[in-house]
Write a protein that binds this ligand. Sequence first.
Ligand code: ADP
Ligand code: MG
Length: 724
Amino acid sequence: MSSDLQYVKGIGPVRAALLRQAGIETVRDLLLYFPYDYLDRSRIIPIGELPRHVEAGNEVTVIGTVFRAETKYTRNRKKIFFLTVNDATGYLSCVWYGGVEWFQKAFEPGEVLALSAVPELDRYHRVQFIHPEFDRLRTKDAEDDTDWSSLLHTGAIIPKYSSTEALRNGGLDNRGFRRILRNAVDHHLGALGEHLPREILQRNTLLDLTAAVRMVHFPRSYAERDHAVRRLKFDELFYFQLLLAFRRRELKGELRGIPFRPPGELSERLLGSLPFELTGAQRRVIGEVRGDMTRPVPMNRLLQGDVGSGKTVVALAAMLHAAENGHQCALMAPTEILAEQHWRSLTALLEGLPVTVRLLVGGQKRKLRGDVLEDLRRGSANIVVGTHAVIQDGVDFARLGLVVIDEQHRFGVAQRSVLREKGKNNPHVLVMTATPIPRTLALTVYGDLDVSVIDEMPRDRRPVKTALRTEKEAAKVFDFVAAEVRNGRQAYIVYPLIEESDKVDLKAATAEYERLQRSVFPDRRLGLLHGRLPSEDKEALMRRFKAREIDILVATTVIEVGIDVPNATIMVIEEAQRFGLSQLHQLRGRVGRGAEQSYCVLMTDSKYAARVLQNATDRAEARRTVEATQTRLRTMVETTDGFRIAEVDLEVRGAGEFFGTRQSGMPGFRLANIVTDTDILAAAREEAFALVERDPHLARSENRNVRREFEAVFRDLLSFVRVG
Ligand code: ADP
Ligand code: MG
């Protein structure tokens, strides 16, 4: 059904060739070339009303006729392009600071444009648009005589299509696309075959494909458009989940795991002797993990829980369960400090139980390392805690039965699979993360893992109080720190050292540490912790801080993850504007870990925004940067909910960056937004997994079209998704 593009009215051989170059090869491709946006009728306002919208700072759209286009010069001979448009209610001037030559040729008096921007006031307090987005609605002497000014009343919704220079030159600008799509939708919808089985459509109240495509291009109402988009998003997510379902089936079918006996006396003794009562969520998750480990297929589970929610004890329960079954465990942490901390607290918790815990990190003495390796090989060590050193060559296990990976976002996917290969019999794998991945993302990225969530904090916790302060108020902030320290509390002061190799930042942090010790806190014990220190020094510092021999720990982001010192109640973050949102959240998670009220102070440079804007070549970009920073800081003050924070982070940064595009395996969806389309994703996932369960080879006649579509989509997805 890939009928030739030239059958569509308005497409001749030249345009067909241009479209083909742009990847639109068939009528079907054209029909699936969706609008990127619509002219939003609710935001179209008469020019005369613009002054009333300056205050609100929202983007608005006007429809106006080009009245005058002119290039002017600034005092220092820089070119500026001015465009004046009008409607029945007034005149509006629009300004461009770049691309002046192009703009000067681009507009003709008499043509009709839709222009969108946030209205601003110029020097004379007149409303203007700076760099508005524009959309040509009608050329000067176009044959089409739609009365655009009546748009406000007719309720038409106008689709917008993205285009390229080459396409525009061939007459396929926004308007050109609208015209050929009108023809394609009116006469060639038959080129689309339905691929989803009727029952899936019915169960999920989805439009059929042809109706959805018609409505996404030319909706009669926003409700129609939404309905159409829902169906099309479902398609994208469904086929992606189908891929994951196949992948998981493969994993489960091929791999034979180690079915453990149910947990016994040892586990119960430990859980009974904890210094606190488990939360309901911890109990539920321990149950889920135990369920997995008693099955003959390897556990493959992601445990999510906000900082301080108590994931370690879940890992401990799992490790004891393995030990009781005569198997060894490896617990991997992303840093040596954290590995050492885990080792220490496990050793303390397991005191008196017949379980041996060993530490394996980079800088250990040869003799010690040799002993640890020997214990692992012989099977006399039950648990080994370490960093990536645990997966290096030369580490052999007698009977590895469980691998726990703490703070997964720090580990590459590759490391995860190497570790898996270590266990000859496919050990159970539990991946823990405190980066609260929004559930939608977890389903998408880790779609082949089962997910458990600890969504409840220990009862004794009080939310950390967070405040935003400028450098000018530093003295007051440090007074507050001093007062808390007098009351027996401890504090962190963090300096940005985003890359451990950044010498300038390291120097700044060191200098500040010296200044603080000398002239701000002369009678307090300060320590300086950064990633460049030898590991023994780091460990010694952490030990002393934990033992309260240090009052204030000046640190870089090495303390970001996992560190647990409940007596520390103040976190001061210098130059907070330089940190990402989830990083700030992690840092704040170092306090508020006990019953005392804790505080987090975000320090910023009051001139930050002005500086960014001043140095910017691209003003709009700079404004976005400043806005994103403000959103990050405001979010930190407003909420301590890690999931909410992760969602904002995702919105601000986009999914690719959230995970680092490289290892994320993020598919590029055209319509679906995995942050906001949670319910569609859940429905698509359920249907896809159920379908693979019912008909593993998609061999039944009613599923044949699913198979064909899957293969077509899969070709495209291959570049995004790691398969097998
Ligand atoms: P995270 O999930 O960030 O790894 P941890 O496992 O380090 O959190 O736990 C944070 C702190 O809370 C630890 O000091 C731990 O002993 C304590 N803790 C864990 N579970 C509970 C609970 N149910 N009640 C009170 N304190 C708890
Ligand atoms: Mg932890």
